[in-house]
Design a binder for this molecule. Structure first.
Ligand code: MN
Length: 292
């Protein structure tokens, strides 16, 4: 198998707020070459780098809003998020947990800091990733997968190197816990200093990583610091990461869907006509009801 080389290392852009609860660096889609087409099927990645929120009696967050045509995946590293949606699903996403929500034909939801966390305040660190759906699944029924850290399948690295949490896809003989519509790999590498992990993905998959904690050396060549994103080339399959210090790294890879993308605000469809229909359906109340 051939080595998969780094295409580029992307530094975090200045943060902006989503609602008043998510202070995020946007990586996808960006001015940094990480377009929806380049990162297909990953169409959005917002990263709340570790940030201290002071105590608040009123939980910070984002009020009721719709989504259609894709999935939102929320990965919590620090702090807690409470979620409610119009299909009746709700839950708390705590440290190490993952929420995989399939908006598909349409939902309304709201996302807030969990009440107790909010009252106490504390470090908050999260990723929200949007995974596109192929045309044939965009109008399927909404779905909800709440994955606790304990329930996520794991691969123990040799020599006390750490652990790979296989959220989706496959790592060696361990299958991912979440079900996906198209081939997607989503894995957290929690490495001890000196721990090393090797990954192998098909050359045509769009593959990247984000260093969430610590720093890692990629392919024995380049040291990548905290909060930096690495895009790999679509050549070769294999790459390695080695923890220069204790590190947490999100690895994402997926087979491109290769369909037209029409995106506006909370809707991601295949054509402009479908976007207009989404806004019309939303205004007609077809996404259900959720109390604000
Ligand atoms: Mn949302």
């Amino acid at each position: 198998m051939k080595k998969k080389n780094i295409d580029r290392v992307v530094a975090p852009r200045p943060p902006h707020y989503v609602g008043d609860g998510f202070r995020v660096h946007n990586f996808i889609p960006g001015v940094n070459g990480l377009s929806m087409q380049r990162m297909d099927p990953f169409i959005m990645l917002d990263y709340n780098s570790k940030f201290y929120f002071p105590p608040s009696d009123r939980p910070r967050g984002v009020g009721v809003h719709p989504h259609r045509g894709f999935e939102t995946v929320t990965i919590a590293y620090k702090g807690k998020v409470a979620h409610h949606d119009s299909s009746g699903n709700s839950g708390v996403i705590g440290e190490g947990d993952v929420q995989w929500m399939t908006a598909a034909s349409g939902i309304l939801h709201k996302e807030y800091h969990e009440t107790e966390f909010s009252k106490k305040g504390g470090d908050f660190q999260m990723i929200q990733l949007w995974v596109n759906l192929p045309a044939k699944d965009k109008m399927s029924k909404p779905k909800y997968q709440g994955l606790t850290n304990a329930g996520i399948n794991k691969f123990q690295l040799p020599d006390n190197g750490g652990v790979i949490e296989v959220i989706a896809g496959q790592y060696k003989d361990v299958k991912g816990t979440a079900s996906t519509f198209t081939p997607v790999n989503l894995q957290n590498a929690r490495l001890n200093k000196g721990g090393k992990a090797e990954f192998s993905f098909p050359a045509n998959h769009n593959v990247a990583l984000l260093v969430v904690e610590g720093s890692v050396k990629v392919n024995d060549e380049e040291i990548v610091p905290t909060d930096h994103f690495v895009l790999f080339k679509n050549e070769g399959e294999d790459f390695t990461i080695e923890a220069s210090e204790n590190a947490v790294v999100l690895i994402l890879g997926g087979a491109p869907i290769n369909e037209p993308i029409a995106a506006q605000g909370p809707f991601v469809m295949n054509s402009r006509a479908e976007l207009i229909e989404a806004f019309e359906d939303y205004n007609l109340g077809k996404f259900g009801y959720l109390e604000g």
